[in-house]
Design a protein around this ligand. Structure first.
Ligand code: ATP
Ligand code: MG
Length: 430
């Protein structure tokens, strides 16, 4: 085969045999969002580049090297969304959603695009589910949001995901902290990686998030942000912890969590799994009190998180949890001859109208091939229609598991469906 095109490096196809896993996840996640009072928001896959440069933060890896940015024929710079928050925040501002009464709670499912080195748990196109809360400054909102993420993992019965939290304070706390970090890391200018050397001036906190083992080791001895929090931020962080304790949500404070994006303030958190290798953060989130203002709106304290769906599926598979397989076809009708085929067509339509899955032969194969297909799709019942059956108005309904056959009338669709349903009921009771 000489294909004229192949899938792009770092992207994955989700095939029909696997899509039920995604649909299952989407159902669990949107159900959880619903009970927490969130409604779905969908925003475009591309946006003006400025949205991400401002929103995501110019000092971040995402903006500096991971964005898919291109110029349109009209000379405008556009970018494929690298994350979901900035687009949702833009939509909130553009449509004045904050006038609808606060807080606004929105969730999203998006594909994201980042030019990264593809590896297990890291793709160039990947999927995120996110929850965003706008217009809530109280620490109880942080706790509620973390609780929502936590209950998603509970709902999926994933006990081995741990929660780590931190506070990265407000811009005031960070001014002092940045100075202390610069002083500390300046001792290691010979050993820090080149990326971290450039971070040293612009955004030394990002060094704490470096994936290089050498930088990681150096970062271990760095001053801790929690020692630099102003009174207000310190209180906020303490309250969040109190509320989490009250909700019996286990967590550890990890002062080196800074998150990959620049817009965070105060609370940041990650849910981490040890069963999926190096890309172990399944969910990342936090508070971003400055983002809305940075995008041109009036200040609106907000917070949110995003779950990487590929990583979430990896955890589910690594933990050996079964995602319920799609329901089987109730009926496959094999038909031989024109009349039988038309009759099969009519009957499957009647069955489908009741909401049950039914199929018949649409490729004109012989009986043997049709039955093979019925087996392959795992039909619960099969039925063969030929000239005899059409003439007598009767056919044999075969239970594909037990082999048991029942004679059913095929002239009256209502009676046929009643027969089919009672055969199904009988097989379930056996
Ligand atoms: P990482 O440190 O792993 O690069 P990040 O800080 O860039 O993550 P966020 O921008 O906060 O991640 O995105 C939230 C979540 O999206 C991550 O926790 C992860 O589950 C998922 N994610 C991020 N980048 C990728 C990617 N390239 N491929 C697959 N999933 C990703
Ligand atoms: Mg990243």
């Amino acid at each position: 085969m000489a294909l004229i095109a192949k899938k792009i490096k770092g992207t994955e196809d989700i095939l029909p045999r696997d899509s039920f896993k995604w649909q299952f996840l989407e159902k669990v996640l949107s159900d959880e969002a619903r009970v927490y009072g969130f409604s779905e928001i969908r925003t475009p896959v591309f946006e003006q580049t400025a949205l991400f440069q401002r929103g995501v933060g110019e000092g971040t890896d995402v903006v500096q090297k991971e964005m898919y940015t291109f110029e349109t024929k009209g000379g405008e710079s556009l970018t494929l969304r690298p994350e979901g928050t900035a687009g949702a925040a833009r939509a909130l501002l553009e449509h004045g959603l904050y006038n609808d009464g606060l807080p606004i709670k929105a969730h999203y499912f998006t594909t994201c695009y980042r030019y990264e080195k593809p590896q297990a748990g890291r793709q160039r196109e990947f999927h995120q589910f996110g929850m965003e809360v706008y217009g809530a400054s109280d620490p109880i909102a942080d706790a509620e949001l973390i609780c929502a993420a936590s209950s998603i993992f509970d709902r999926l019965q994933l006990p081995n995901i741990r929660l780590e939290i931190n506070s990265i304070g407000c811009p005031e706390c960070r001014k002092n902290y940045h100075a202390a970090l610069k002083e500390y890391f300046s001792q290691f200018t010979d050993t820090l990686c080149s990326t971290c050397m450039s971070r040293l001036e612009k955004n030394p906190m990002r060094i704490l998030d470096c994936k290089s083992p050498i930088c990681k080791e150096i970062a271990e001895g760095a001053p801790k942000i929690t020692d630099f929090l102003c009174e207000e931020c310190d209180n906020h962080f303490k309250k969040v912890q109190e509320y989490l304790n009250a909700a019996e949500i286990e967590f550890t404070v990890n002062p080196s969590i800074v998150r990959g994006l620049d817009y965070y303030t105060n609370t940041v958190f990650e849910f981490i799994s040890d069963s999926i290798g190096a890309q172990s953060t399944v969910c990342g989130g936090g508070r971003y009190n400055g983002l809305i203002e940075e995008l041109g709106g009036s200040p609106l304290p907000s917070l949110g998180f995003a779950i990487g769906l590929e990583r979430l599926l990896m955890v589910i598979e690594a933990e050996g949890l079964e995602i319920p397989a799609p329901e089987k076809d109730m009926l496959y009708i094999a038909a031989l001859g024109d009349k039988a085929q038309v009759k099969a067509f009519e009957l499957v339509r009647e069955v489908r109208e009741t909401g049950l899955k039914a199929q018949f032969d649409i490729v004109g194969r012989g009986l043997k091939a049709q039955m093979k297909y019925a087996n392959k799709i795992g039909a619960k019942f099969s039925m063969v229609l030929g000239d005899n059956e059409i003439e007598n108005g009767k056919a044999m309904l075969k239970n594909m598991t037990s082999g048991e056959q029942t004679e059913v009338s095929i002239n009256d669709a209502h009676i046929f469906i009643e027969n089919l349903l009672s055969a199904d009921l009988a097989s379930e009771m056996n």
